[in-house]
Design a protein around this ligand. Structure first.
Ligand code: BTN
Length: 254
């Protein structure tokens, strides 16, 4: 069971994760924070989720007790900051995981290692007009998982699979909170240029990517992201298109 005392021993963040809710089992840590009235930066962590949510309406599958499934309740932000912030969070998570494995990002923020998915980041919001009322950051990372269900066996990996090591989830979560704390301050001050930083993290910069939109697959070459976080894609004729989050699926092939 996740040990809060061990976690606190590694926590130095001033804001992120100082208040923590630990669930043995819950539907989804994101749903818990959307429905509860908790202080900003509260982290909810679950050993097991019965309705874990992934991007594009998919389920998030995670083995009980060996991985990290957590969500953080963030202060409201402007809608146009959501995508850049979302991407900056990916940088912060990569920075922490890169102390042990070669982790990269697949746009906008799938965590990739060894060509497979190691984890994912999903923001969920409730809106009041053009202002976010609730902003919940949800992160799932496969940490010590070695037994992968058939449906994700070929596409998923874990830190343990990549390195052969086993990890303290408490220490890892605390390090993530520490890094996100520093990173979100830098982001809010405007000192992170996501367009240039992206080049350090992308798994597919200058490589062929396949973009799926409305059932149609188009092959592009990835050329980076814009300051707003849109993917810059070059088609086979050399024409540049900006791909906006939400309207495409995306995978490596082509
Ligand atoms: C993705 O599909 O890549 C994003 C996955 C995000 C999963 C995490 S696990 C903790 C939090 N609770 C959820 O229900 N989803 C997110």
């Amino acid at each position: 069971m996740f040990n809060e005392n061990i976690y606190r021993g590694f926590l130095t963040a001033e804001n992120f994760g100082r208040n923590i809710l630990v669930f043995d089992e819950t539907d989804s840590t994101t749903i818990r924070l959307l429905e509860a009235d908790t202080p900003y930066y509260t982290v909810a962590v679950a050993e097991s989720q019965t309705a874990g949510r992934g991007r594009s309406g998919r389920k998030w599958i995670s083995e009980s007790g060996v991985n990290l499934c957590f969500s953080v309740n963030l202060p409201p932000m402007k809608i146009e900051h959501l995508l850049p912030f979302n991407i900056a969070v990916g940088f912060a998570v990569c920075d922490v995981l890169r102390s042990t494995a070669d982790v990269k990002l697949k746009w906008p923020n799938d965590l990739m290692a060894g060509g497979k998915k190691l984890g994912g980041i999903l923001f969920e919001t409730s809106l009041s007009g053009s202002v976010t009322e609730k902003v919940i950051l949800g992160i799932g990372i496969n940490v010590n998982m070695t037994d992968f269900p058939a449906e994700i066996k070929d596409i998923a990996t874990s830190l343990r699979e990549e390195t052969g090591l086993s990890y303290s989830r408490e220490e890892l979560l605390a390090e993530l909170m520490n890094r996100l704390d520093a990173f979100s301050e830098a982001f809010l001050k405007g000192s992170i240029n996501i367009g240039s930083e992206w080049k350090k993290y992308s798994a597919s910069l200058d490589k062929k990517i396949a973009v799926h939109k409305n059932g149609v697959k188009t092959v592009f070459t990835e050329r980076g992201i814009t300051p707003s976080g849109f993917l810059i894609a070059e088609d086979e004729k050399g024409l540049i298109t900006e791909i906006v989050t939400g309207d495409v699926g995306y995978d490596f092939s082509g």
